[in-house]
Design a protein around this ligand. Structure first.
Ligand code: C2O
Ligand code: CU
Length: 494
């Protein structure tokens, strides 16, 4: 798949000067992240004199984890899944040494971070894989505040325990809340008799090899004898025994404690590989304030959909008692749900299968949020337009973009400085969370995202400013789809 020349990889990260190693300039009264596109990404992999450095070592290794009663053999960063949060303030330099003690190649991708191409963590595109026993140092300036996470970009390793939150604090934000909790969601199979690699092989085998001609657009394969499920149709391929919140099964949930009346900021991250969740907090209204790091016009809702790779920040004022924070997998009949508890007072804890009434109401679709003004791209007409057609089938198990799987499809191209419009069309009967590396894009409403859910047969124009030279990936964040080909390159050309 290595159709990127070594030369272009080397040049990729060097296209923009060091001029803009700026750090941050004051934002508007909303305290939103600095708008918008055109501040070039610093390309140096070393801190500037005086820049504060956040330094970490991550050891990726086989471990046995306790999910809350179930022991699983898996791969993780350190001793837990999710791994420990990495936290920096916008403008600081993040330097992470990865020590690969796995019996396999690995890498780390800093999901959602606008960083130099050489730190993006995609073997074959931006670096060589980190071999067993090797170390690799990632370095980048964390320019944009927000809620992010990181994970390998090798095979289906994301579906092991190899993920952790990454939070970039906004030095200008007033922080109008009393506490902040990170809520990381996952679907779990590793060490329960199957590994994610087994799961991928099962999907490929179940798909058979017959009729492997083109990318069959309409096949939704072995899914759904049942009624159509709104709004996402067939949303996943894999049957999971567990759904986790912060690495815990619902019979042994994490319990957050606070005082009644306190305001809490939730940073919700969907690190699952094949599961869209509906999230609700029993007895409460969530006020959504950010998605994928960018501020939105605050929107109240009882429940919220979150696709793989998406992040939402919500603020909530807590009532008095014990409340379930539920992550219900969309369209999956087995495996239960994800659960955490919030305790502010006396009362008995709800059980693992609790259904808050908020879950039975309408859930917010994130792409319908409105952007905060500070999050808009400058108004401008597109210089170039490209088509991005999502295709594939369950049988054969083969997914692609623009007519072929990754490696056989033609990379998209863009010139530095252009406004690029992508007309994305989902020509399948499944939902796909589309994720772009190194950039964020604007929906027609102006909403800024780096990962967006496309429902079956949905079309969506998105626009981006080509302000970060390199070779980047655009792919479905269902890791099985991505690994089966639903990915395409975005290459800067001159
Ligand atoms: Cu979170 Cu290319 O991925
Ligand atoms: Cu997909």
């Amino acid at each position: 798949m290595n159709h990127f020349s070594r030369r272009s990889i080397l040049l990729g990260g060097l296209g923009l000067g060091a001029a803009a190693l700026a750090g941050c300039t004051p934002a508007g009264p909303t305290g939103g992240r600095e708008s918008s596109s055109s501040a070039p990404v610093p390309s140096l992999a070393v801190p500037t004199p005086g820049q504060r450095v956040v330094e970490q070592t991550l050891t990726a290794r086989p471990v046995t984890l306790d999910l809350g009663g179930s022991q699983v053999a898996t791969w993780a960063y350190g001793d837990s899944a999710p791994g420990a949060v990495i936290r920096a303030t916008a403008g600081e330099f993040v330097r992470v040494t990865v020590d690969n003690q796995l019996p396999a190649d690995t890498s780390i991708h800093w999901h959602g971070i606008r960083l130099p191409n050489a730190a993006d963590g995609v073997p074959g595109m931006t670096q060589d894989p980190i071999r067993t026993g090797e170390k690799f140092v990632y370095g980048f300036t964390a320019t944009d505040p927000g809620t992010y996470f990181f994970h390998p970009h090798v095979g289906v390793q994301l579906d092991r325990g190899l993920y952790a939150p990454l939070v970039i604090d906004d030095p200008r934000e007033p922080g109008a809340y009393d506490a902040e909790w990170i809520v990381t969601l996952d679907d779990w199979v590793d060490g329960t008799g199957r590994t994610p690699d087994d799961v991928l092989n099962e999907l490929i085998e179940a798909g058979g090899s017959a009729g492997s001609g083109g990318m069959g657009g309409m096949d939704h394969g072995s899914h759904g004898a049942g009624e159509t499920q709104q709004p996402w149709g067939d949303a996943g391929d894999v049957t999971y025994p567990f759904f986790l919140v912060n690495g815990r099964v619902p019979t042994s949930p994490e319990t957050f404690t606070a005082k009644a009346g306190q305001r809490v900021r939730l940073r919700i991250i969907n690190a699952a590989s094949d599961t869209i969740f509906t999230v609700a907090l029993g007895g409460h209204v969530l006020t959504i304030t950010h998605t994928d790091g960018y501020p939105v016009v605050p929107q109240e809702t009882g429940a919220l959909f979150i696709g793989m790779g998406e992040r939402y920040d919500a603020v909530v004022t807590l009532g008095d008692g014990v409340f379930p924070l539920v992550a219900r997998p969309f369209g999956k009949a087995t495996g239960g749900q994800g659960l955490a508890l919030i305790r502010t007072g006396a009362g008995s804890a709800p059980g693992p299968d609790v259904t808050p009434t908020e879950l039975t109401g309408t859930a917010l679709i994130g792409s319908e949020l409105r952007p905060d003004e500070s999050a808009r791209l400058p108004s401008r007409t597109a210089d170039a337009t490209a088509q991005v057609t999502l295709e594939g089938s369950m049988s054969p198990y083969r997914w692609g973009i623009n007519g072929a799987p990754f490696g056989e499809n033609e990379p998209l191209t863009v010139r530095a400085g252009e406004r690029l419009r992508l007309n994305v069309m989902n020509m399948t009967m499944m939902t796909h969370p589309l994720h772009l590396h190194g950039h964020t894009f604007a929906l027609a409403s102006g909403l800024r995202k780096d990962t967006v859910l496309l429902a079956p047969m949905q079309s969506m124009p998105i626009e981006l400013d080509a302000d970060n030279a390199g070779n980047w990936a655009l792919h479905c964040h269902n890791i099985y789809h991505a690994e089966a080909g639903m990915m395409i390159g975005l290459q800067y050309v001159t």
